[in-house]
Design a protein around this ligand. Structure first.
Ligand code: NAD
Length: 275
């Protein structure tokens, strides 16, 4: 399977489909990421706060896959926002991952109570200049945070990783991101299993029409929207299912019907409240 790539505003490319490891137990991470790499995933999304960078690193090292075939993302945790604290946190993440560089480094949340995301971003600009993060981006940056960052710093983020699934599509944030050439990474792409997404007729009808599962239809919807996605599963058969989405295409009508499921149905925390 050849996963399509998306070209970022810094000229680098990212595989549009990857594998996320939020809530993957650190003890099991090496086995789970090894499964994902065997299934064919080459893009892994982790974070310092997940506590499992070391397991991701061991799986990478053991895989024998050439480094330049992999795309690895990690994230700066809120408590580490600042200048020296960001440099130190980045060094620790590289060490845990056992890598000399990551493909993408993100500010995990704006964390407005700290009011240090602008300073942290300037640190990420320096990290990018050093070559140890090939691309830099943000996560959970709604319109006011994104506007402030764009006004006060030099480098436009390559991506904005936000909660996005059919019930919660964040149109204002995606529109502003698009205006500035910032690609959207959709986290919680399956709604984290927290609502009846896989039972909605708009999803099941397409699944039946194409002989695919509801999860495959939702992942396909993301890909056709242009989103970068990395659904998570601990189970190898679901990893394979979620990767098997390149042999069909939703029609415009099917795509539009799923897009119409928007209802501001956030399933996780609002970025204003995460500090
Ligand atoms: P997700 O939407 O990928 O949902 C994962 C859950 O969906 C699984 O635990 C499982 O219960 C279910 N599932 C997966 N595949 C399935 C299938 N084929 N059939 C039926 N059920 C299936 O949620 P997520 O893990 O939160 O999001 C994906 C990734 O996004 C994370 O692993 C992480 O890398 C990233 N993320 C980032 C942030 C952030 O703040 N930046 C927050 C949350 C997640």
């Amino acid at each position: 399977t050849t996963v399509p790539t998306v070209t970022l505003n810094d000229g680098r490319t990212i595989p549009q489909l990857g594998f996320g490891v939020f809530k993957v137990d650190p003890v099991e991470t090496e086995r789970i990421v090894t499964d994902a790499l065997e299934v064919g995933y080459r893009h892994i999304d982790t974070a310092r706060i997940y506590g499992n960078e070391a397991g991701v690193g061991r799986a990478i090292a053991d895989s024998g896959i050439a480094r330049d075939e992999l795309f690895i993302t990690t994230k700066l945790w809120n408590d580490d926002q600042g200048t020296q604290s960001a440099f130190d946190a980045f060094d620790r993440s590289l060490e845990q991952l056992g890598l000399d560089e990551v493909d993408l480094y993100l500010i995990h949340w704006p964390a407005p109570a700290n009011d240090r995301f602008v300073e942290a971003w300037k640190a990420l600009e320096k990290i990018r200049e050093s070559g140890r993060a090939r691309s830099i981006g943000v996560s959970n940056f709604t319109v006011p945070y994104l506007r402030r960052l764009l006004a006060e710093t030099d480098v436009v983020p390559a991506v904005n990783q936000i909660e996005l699934h059919p019930a919660h599509q964040q149109p204002a944030t995606t529109a502003l991101s698009a205006q500035h050439g910032i690609k959207i990474e959709a986290w919680g792409p399956l709604g984290q299993g927290k609502y009846n997404l896989f039972e909605l007729p708009e999803v099941t009808a397409s699944a039946e029409a194409h002989g695919k599962t509801p999860a495959q239809v939702v992942i396909r919807w993301h890909l056709q929207q242009g989103n970068i996605v990395f659904p998570k599963s601990n189970r190898r058969e679901r990893m394979a299912e979620n990767f098997d989405v390149f042999d069909f295409e939703l029609t415009d009508a099917e795509q539009t019907a799923i897009t119409a499921l928007e209802r501001e149905g956030r399933v996780a925390s609002h970025p204003d409240d995460v500090n």
